[in-house]
Design a protein around this ligand. Structure first.
Ligand SMILES: [Fe+2]
Length: 465
């Protein structure tokens, strides 16, 4: 927070004023790796099931080395380590009264979370169902209920490797515990709040690591991963290495991680098991129980909305093979969104911003047209048609989106009273770090180029009332 404060006192610069990248230095970093890249790419391992690379990366491009593989990914929590857990805890779904913790596993295990209002803990949260305690091969989770808003709590995870040979022949190893971490619940009673945004990482561990370095400097109150975390989801391996433990640090053990799901986050077999790594939000209205990746939350003066724009392709496109139902999903989210925007703590928030992965309109010369007219791409058209008019009606000030792999910012206009900010792409030369802070006087949003921290843009929003 201290650095964030100092940054806010720096000179505001206009869009695209940032310093140029030292391209020679950038590419020289990969020259050494080039000769070895073809051999590594052909090796057989779980990660090689990835059949496509992010935009701008080809099999002849040495940057493919940045894909996590058993050879190049420094997961220190390997099975040989003797540790049952394969990651630090990931703090999620931190609302006014609940939170969930997820962690990945090296071995089939059972486990729970110990928590309390002091470091002495004293309470247990365990995701037991139908009289069965958890037994998982890849990820464990536990949801803590009964919390108070704007309150600090402490927790640690407990993991027990479990050998399940037969009904009368099974072994539960003594628990291994994480460190004790703390977190603060959301709520209206704080003077200021800060957040940071990463997006379109597409498994690029080097970019993710650099973002985490930056977040450690900025120290935001919460983190939004704005979609396309991985490029494909062939198995749990890619999730363990890219999301759960990308670079051996507890990046979200105390800083809540909020998911805004991207189109790539629904591609591949493990995408259908996404709730194992990102536990769903609890909806107040049972009618919307299935919308586990939508949330409306108030943090001091700021209210946020998170939407899932779903896939880029039409549901009946041959590539979907009948597996997607994005249109009814967006329609249901629009019904949820109207209700969420009417909740008192959202409606009366001084600032209101939204997050979703796919932009709601294309940045074209016609961007000042009304949303339906400006959509030149059908999936954008549908998301914009469902969500855009509600943004207009309920006073959303800013949408932070991604997907285009290119920074862009469109001011609000008389025809579209909300601005749209797009973060950059997966490779270091176009990756961005978005960070913001809101207090009673203003909401300041910054977007910087990750490679050299030059400011691409800084925008100030005044309270709505
Ligand atoms: Fe995308």
């Amino acid at each position: 927070m201290r650095l964030l404060s100092s940054l806010f006192h720096s000179k505001r610069v206009s869009v695209n004023e940032g310093a140029a990248i030292d391209r020679r230095a950038f590419f020289s970093r990969f020259a050494v790796a080039s000769a070895a890249s073809a051999a590594l790419f052909s090796r057989t391992n779980d990660a090689s099931a990835i059949d496509e690379l992010p935009e701008g990366v080809t099999p002849s491009n040495p940057r493919e080395l940045l894909y996590p593989t058993p050879e190049n990914h420094s997961v220190v929590f390997s099975p040989e380590s003797g540790k049952f857990a394969a990651s630090y805890p990931i703090l999620q779904n931190v609302s006014y009264d609940s939170a969930s913790i997820v962690w990945s596993l090296n071995t089939p295990s059972t486990g729970w979370v110990e928590w309390g209002p002091t470091p002495k803990l004293g309470k247990i949260a365990r995701n037991s169902e139908f009289g069965l305690n958890p037994y998982e091969e890849d990820f464990l989770s536990a949801r803590i209920l009964g919390l108070q808003p704007n309150t600090i709590y402490y927790y640690r995870t407990a993991t027990c490797a479990f050998s399940y040979r037969s009904a009368y022949d099974k072994t539960c190893e003594p628990a291994q515990y994480s460190d004790v971490y703390s977190f603060k619940t959301a709520g209206p009673n704080v003077e200021k709040v800060s957040f940071a945004v990463m997006n379109d990482t597409h498994n690029q561990i080097d970019t993710i690591r650099t973002l985490f370095d930056r977040f450690d400097d900025i120290n935001p109150d919460f983190l939004v991963w704005n979609g396309d975390l991985c490029h494909r989801y062939p198995s749990s391996y890619i999730v363990k290495t890219t999301i759960a433990n990308p670079c051996d640090r507890p990046y979200a053990a105390e800083r809540p991680l909020i998911l805004s799901k991207g189109n790539h986050d629904r591609w591949g077999p493990f995408a259908h098991k996404f709730t194992q790594i990102f536990t769903p939000w609890i909806q107040r209205n049972p009618r919307f129980r299935s919308l586990g990746y939508n949330v409306a939350l108030r943090y001091g003066p700021l209210a946020i909305i998170v939407l899932d724009t779903a896939d880029t392709k039409a549901d009946d496109a041959p590539a979907c093979q009948g597996l997607y139902s994005s249109t009814p999903y967006r329609e249901q989210q629009a019904n949820w969104l109207r209700e969420a925007l009417q909740q008192p703590e959202i409606a009366n928030a001084p600032y209101l911003i939204a997050f979703c992965h796919i932009p709601l309109f294309e940045h074209t010369p016609k961007e000042d047209a009304t949303p339906p007219a400006q959509m030149s791409w059908i999936p954008y058209h549908e998301a914009g048609r469902y969500f855009g008019p509600l943004f207009d009606e309920y006073g959303v000030q800013l949408l932070i989106a991604a997907h285009r792999h290119k920074f862009a910012y469109s001011e609000a206009s008389p025809h579209r009273p909300w601005a749209q900010l797009l973060g950059g792409g997966p490779l270091m030369e176009n990756a961005t770090c978005i960070y913001a802070e809101a207090n009673s006087n203003e909401l300041v949003v910054n977007c910087e180029k990750l490679s050299d921290r030059s400011i691409l843009g800084s925008w100030s929003f005044k309270p709505r009332f």
